[in-house]
Each structure stands twice: as C-alpha cells, then as structure tokens.
Ligand binder design. Structure first.
Ligand code: NAD
Length: 266
C-alpha cells in the first residue's frame, strides 16, 4: 500500500470530491481525518472507511474559522502525533451574470475557496515544520489543494467571483511551494473540470434557469466541452491526489495539474 503509516487530513470530505479523496487515501492504507463543516456527512464517510477496514476519524472543521481549524488539527496531532498530507478541498460556488454580482457573492466564494486554503495552510504548515523529515524523501509534509479548471481558464461565464477565488488558489499554491520548499513541504494543486457532484447539480440547475435551457442541455454542453466526452467522476480527481500524496510525487511542487478530460489544456 502506497500510504502505509501516513496521516492525512481532508477538508470538505463529507461529500463529492473530498469524500472520494478520503476513501481513496484510506484504500492506500493512510489514516484519514475526514473533516467537513457538516459533521454528519463526515461521520458517514468515516463509517464507509471503517467498514472497508480502514482507519479514520470525523472532525467538524469550518475552513473559514481559524479557531475551528486549530482545534481540529490539534485533535489529529493528539491522536496520531503528526500530519503528513493535508488536502484543502472544501469549496463552494454560485452563479450570476457579472453585472448582477454582489459583494456578498464575492465574499462567500472568496472566504471558503481562497481564504479557507490560506487559513488551513498556515495552521498546517506551522505544524509540519516541527515534524521529523520522512526517512526516504526528507520531506516534512505535503499540501494538496483542490483548485479548478476555473483557476486557469478565466473565460467562464456566470462564474467571475468563483474564477477569481480559484486563480487565487493556483497562485497561492505556487507562492507557498516556493517558500515552504526550504522547510521540506511540497504544495501542489489539482484542477478538475466538470465533475458529477452535488455542486455540479446546483450549477446545472442555476445555469439552466439563467440561460433558459433544460438541465440535460447544460450537462450535454459540459460533455461536448470535454474532448474525452464524458462527465468527470470524483474518483478521477482522487486518483491524482493519491499520486501527489505518494512517494512517486516527492519531487513535484508548485504544480496545478489539470484533471479534466482535456477540457482545458495549459
Ligand atoms: N464539481 C465540480 O465540477 C468541480 C470542478 C472543479 C473544482 N471543484 C472543486 O472541488 C472541491 C469539491 O467540490 P465538490 O464538487 O465535491 O462540492 P460539493 O458541494 O459536492 O462538496 C463540498 C464539500 O465542502 C463542504 N464545505 C462547504 N463549505 C465549507 C466550509 N466552510 N468548511 C468546511 N467544509 C465546507 C461541504 O459541506 C461539502 O461537503 C471544491 O473546492 C470545488 O470548488 C469542483
């Protein structure tokens, strides 16, 4: 198993991509802190992991609240003494034409998607710098951010505020990777495309109503915009996160890896 003995934390792991990441990491024998603002959903994922024979705990962490992050991280360290990998995955979205966007829309997206990654990463990096380096790699820890295709492709109608928040995640990934390399911490991101999750269901409904088309038409547009001609699954993303968490990716840092079936290439 690729992650035997590794301790990992995942934010927004109660549903969707975060849930798939937590399950995939546990399948590779990592011990997983399944964190979410919704504790019931986190507990359900822990049940799934434990039923399959894996190790996991559920914690309520709101990534916009520093106290909640610090309390959650302290519980993980109390239990397992260290954190090898931290996945900043929690995110939100909303859709509106640019001319109708409000400060509330901006703050909602920026607070969870960008500030949440910043807050969690400061708390986690301060923990990781005190850890003993891994014997094989010399690394003290890894941070993996769930950015988005919208973190590289600005031309995403109805999503200007979300785009800004995800460009921030890609920029922060590079800036943290540069600074934290000296401390033995790698920082990378994954950039998913059109992933079938509850977030996508909400977006399909908004987009259908804003454009005056049927939901099936929106889904078909997503598929047509993807050269590999299907919607992405949460597992498509989780596999790349497992790779980044593994020793195979020890010399990768500052990357924002496209995982989108070819929908955006750069
Ligand atoms: N679904 C897509 O098409 C897609 C594409 C690219 C990137 N992403 C990104 O992937 C990540 C996961 O998205 P998803 O599609 O699985 O969404 P989702 O809505 O299905 O799940 C998001 C999870 O984050 C949690 N969450 C929300 N606010 C939180 C907070 N303040 N603190 C902690 N947890 C919080 C929710 O409770 C939920 O469990 C997000 O960062 C999203 O922006 C999604």
């Amino acid at each position: 198993m690729r992650l035997d003995g590794k301790i990992v934390g995942v934010t927004g792991a109660g549903t969707g991509i975060g849930r798939a990441i937590a399950l995939a990491l546990a399948r590779e024998s990592a011990s997983v802190a399944v964190t979410d603002v919704d504790l019931d959903h986190a507990r359900q994922v822990v049940d799934e992991i434990q039923t399959a024979g894996g190790q996991a705990i559920a914690l309520q962490i709101d990534v916009t609240d520093r106290d909640s992050i610090e309390a959650g991280v302290a519980q993980i360290v109390d239990r397992w003494s260290k954190i090898d990998v931290w996945c900043n995955n929690a995110g939100v979205s909303s859709m509106k034409p640019f001319l109708e966007l409000t400060e509330t829309d901006w703050d909602f997206n920026m607070n969870v998607n960008a500030k949440g990654v910043f807050l969690c990463s400061t708390v986690i990096a301060r923990q990781m710098v005190h850890q003993n380096p891994d014997a094989a790699s010399g690394l003290r820890g890894k941070i993996i951010n769930t950015a988005s295709m919208a973190g590289k492709r600005g031309n995403a109608p109805l999503l200007a505020h979300y785009v800004a928040s995800k460009f921030a995640v890609v920029g922060l990934t590079q800036a943290m990777a540069g600074e934290l390399a000296a401390q033995g911490i790698t920082v990378n991101a994954v950039c998913p495309g059109y992933v079938r999750t509850e977030m996508q269901e909400r977006e399909v409904a908004w987009e259908a109503s804003l454009r005056g088309v049927r939901p099936e038409g929106v889904r078909q547009f997503y598929i047509n915009d993807t050269p590999l001609r299907r919607l992405e699954t949460p597992e498509d993303v989780a596999g790349v996160v497992v790779f980044l968490a593994s020793h195979e990716a020890d010399f990768i840092t500052g990357e924002a890896i496209n995982v989108n079936g070819g929908a955006w290439m750069d």
